[in-house]
Write a new protein. Sequence first.
Length: 300
Amino acid sequence: MGPDDTKLGARAKQRRLMLGAAVALGTSAWVGRSAAAPRTVRIGTTAVILEDQVSFLDDWRRYLEQRLQGGAVFVQRGSYREITALISNDELDFAWVCGYPYVANRASMRLLAMPLYHGKPLYQSYLIVPRSDGVTRSYADLAGKLFAYSDPNSNSGFLVPQYLMLRDGLDPQALFRKTFFTYAHRKVVSAVATGVADGGAVDGYVWETLALLSPELTAKTRVAVKSPEFGFPPLVARASIGQRDFLAMQDVLVGMSADPQGRVLLKRLNLDGFARDDPKTFDGIAEALAYVSARMRLPQ
């Protein structure tokens, strides 16, 4: 073998070593096509997070990037329908959705983690009215009035109110003089507080958190009805997500309550932590959806 053959053999060996290293990197969690291009996860959210939403998401993004050792970006949309479409089309890796769209689209979503509020993965829907309204004690008391919902795909802001009214023998489509959607729970509170609406359906967690952050707003409203407890809006993954990526994100979320920086973020969310997936938590929403669907046509 001559000198040129020796050089060619050395170069071939070097290429094999480089290829082996690239393959090894490609099998690591959150690593993309090359070591120089770490995978960026896309996380969808709507206007669920309160007050300092932009600031909070930026801090949470940095936290996730440090612990996942890769990129992260939050994709915000104005409705649950838009977020559901993105994750169903594999355009998102994860999303914070509502229990209603999760139950209705289980084939395209995988339950990732459940937020813990007051120690439980549960929350309630609130019927709120202006503070000056000392009469209303039920949905029936708002007959002929103007009513605000949050989102047609919201559990607490639409589905549960339909369920409660139908269960009480009321027709949600005929009870009120007019209804409208605000596409944000905070905007429902604002509409009721300012007299734009005579009543509204709102996420109880959002109302209670607003009472801590913006008491001057919630003080202008009164909670007239609290629903039974339902599964808290969960974090989900696209159905096609790889198991390693799924577990990596789940571990980070569940571990936040044991991490000093994670606890700071959780406090800003007014949450205790995140629990691992348990689909049975959403059986109540599934029952409500089946009950309502059998009696009326739900908006898409």
